[in-house]
Design a binder for this molecule. Structure first.
Ligand code: GLU
Length: 485
């Protein structure tokens, strides 16, 4: 058993978008599976028929794949322990419930909701924790007892002691647990029953999950014991908090993986940031996914909750925008460029130059797109910043622009180095500073006074458009007198 290959799983309920807390849980299980050379299973806990949809399911699979958390077994790829949707496993739950009934670890209960409510109210009135009073426990009800649930027969008054992989030793006294329901009256399994049936049936060896499930662990451990099976190793991680220290929720802003993609975050950045939220490796901050697989360890998971920090996520995103191959960043930026009404191509060498010129200053792909937009806009749609035009496209700038134009027109090739050479040579000879020339040129070709380096800008824009916009800027500078400047 000790060196049997590890098997981990992510078990989302397709009742909503993939939440960033869920994504972090998936990431940690995936990392451990990869680190230990094991298997990562995707299981859909879709027993809530009213709230589960195939649309959410598709979205969850898409978003996990976008993050790079690829599963080895799952509803779409199959595997030896399928099916991987709980709604398709009803026969397995039924058989397991029969087995627990036959071994006496479970019993049928016909108590009506009204009776259960009365028992509950009495306990509350006595100031006690409500629990099932065991009314049907020893009645020996058979399959034809009428509408019923199946309950677990909680043994005695012992203690469940587990060594949690994150929290260390945790003990829960049995007296805090009651005979919980395994199968509801509609025949559907409860969460605790289905999860044990599945983790057991799928050979899961380690479960990393949010500590909101810590309360369920003793019930699950009891079920494993009743099945004469070894429970997996559990590790419960602190939940993610918002900046105000309260549990992260919509109040704090975007909470789904898809929303962060739409805000212009790269999957590399989200994976990097989520890994560091609740796990540390010295004081290192930046990891790609392969490095994470190499250095990930359960010991690095912290016991205090991480707080969502948008500034830090932006900082990590900026790093990956600057560092990934430019073709990748341009591909991911393409939808954001298109959303600005720009037309491509966004994947040719010109587009790559444009993205490369702006990316070191962009914190999101939305910013990449807005900063690079000047390269994709047809000249007649280029917006000019009024104040910049009034300040820099003035009659005094006209002779400078004229000379720049003349020199650039003569260039045999259009690359950054030759553009820079042509302008620098002249600046040196004439004693002018780059500052005097750069701003009028920049405003002429981009419409704005802020932007990437001048030579990158001209290179990215290409010869024809640069020259056309310089001509136009020259015209505006000559007209500057009309503004009265
Ligand atoms: N479907 C459960 C959830 O989304 C899984 C819990 C577990 O990991 O056991 O919370």
């Amino acid at each position: 058993m000790a060196d049997a290959p590890v098997r981990l799983r992510f078990a989302p309920s397709p009742t909503g978008h993939l939440h960033i807390g869920g994504a972090r849980t998936a990431l940690f299980n995936w990392l451990l599976a990869r680190k230990l050379g094991g298997t990562f299973v995707l299981r859909l806990e879709d027993t809530d028929a009213e709230r589960s949809t195939r649309e959410f399911e598709r979205e969850i699979l898409r978003d996990l794949a976008w993050l790079g958390l690829i599963w080895d077994e799952g509803p779409d790829v199959g595997g030896p322990h399928g099916p991987y949707r709980q709604t398709e496993r009803a026969d397995l739950y039924r058989a397991l419930a029969e087995r627990l009934l036959a071994s006496g670890h479970a019993y049928r209960c016909t108590c009506s909701p009204q009776r259960l409510e009365a028992v509950r109210a009495e306990a509350l009135a006595r100031g006690e924790k409500p629990r099932y009073d065991g009314h049907c426990r020893d009645l020996g009800l058979g399959p034809s007892c009428g509408p019923h649930v199946v309950r677990f027969r909680m043994p005695g008054d012992g203690v469940v002691a587990v060594h949690d992989l994150v929290k260390g030793p945790v003990e829960i006294r049995d007296e805090e647990l009651d005979d919980f329901v395994l199968v509801r009256s509609d025949g559907l399994p409860t969460y605790n029953f289905a999860v044990v049936a599945d983790d057991h049936g799928m050979g899961i060896t380690h479960v990393l999950r949010g500590d909101d499930h810590l309360n369920n662990t003793p019930k699950q451990v009891h079920l494993y014991r009743a099945l004469d099976a070894e429970p997996p190793r559990f590790g419960h991680m602190p939940l993610i908090l918002g900046p105000d220290g309260k549990r992260l929720s919509k109040r704090h802003g975007a909470t789904s993986v898809g929303a962060y993609r739409d805000l212009g975050f790269l999957p590399e950045a989200l994976v990097n940031y989520l890994a560091r939220l609740g796990w540390a490796h010295g004081d290192l901050e930046l990891f790609d996914i392969d490095e994470l697989v190499r250095v990930f360890s359960i010991e690095g998971i912290g016991t205090s909750a991480g707080r969502w920090d948008m500034d830090k996520l932006m900082w990590v995103n900026q790093h990956w925008i600057a560092r990934l191959p430019v073709e990748r960043v341009a591909r991911d930026a393409a939808p954001f460029l298109a959303a600005l009404g720009l037309t491509g191509p966004f994947d040719d060498s010109r587009a790559h130059l444009a993205v490369d010129a702006v990316r070191s200053r962009a914190r999101t792909l939305v910013q990449v797109a807005t900063m690079a937009a000047f390269c994709f806009l047809p000249d007649e749609r280029l917006p000019y910043d009024d104040a910049a035009v009034r300040k820099f496209l003035v009659p005094d700038a006209a002779p400078l622009l004229e000379t720049v134009l003349e020199r650039l027109k003569r260039l045999p090739s259009w690359e950054r180095a030759s553009i820079e050479g042509a302008i620098s040579e002249w600046l040196q000879a004439s004693g002018l500073g780059l500052g005097a020339v750069a701003q009028p040129v920049r405003v002429a070709v981009t419409g704005s006074r802020v932007g990437p380096g001048l030579f990158e800008t001209l290179e990215a824009l290409g010869r024809d458009r640069s020259l056309a916009r310089l001509e136009r800027g020259l015209g505006m500078a000559r007209d500057g007198a009309l503004h009265g400047v």
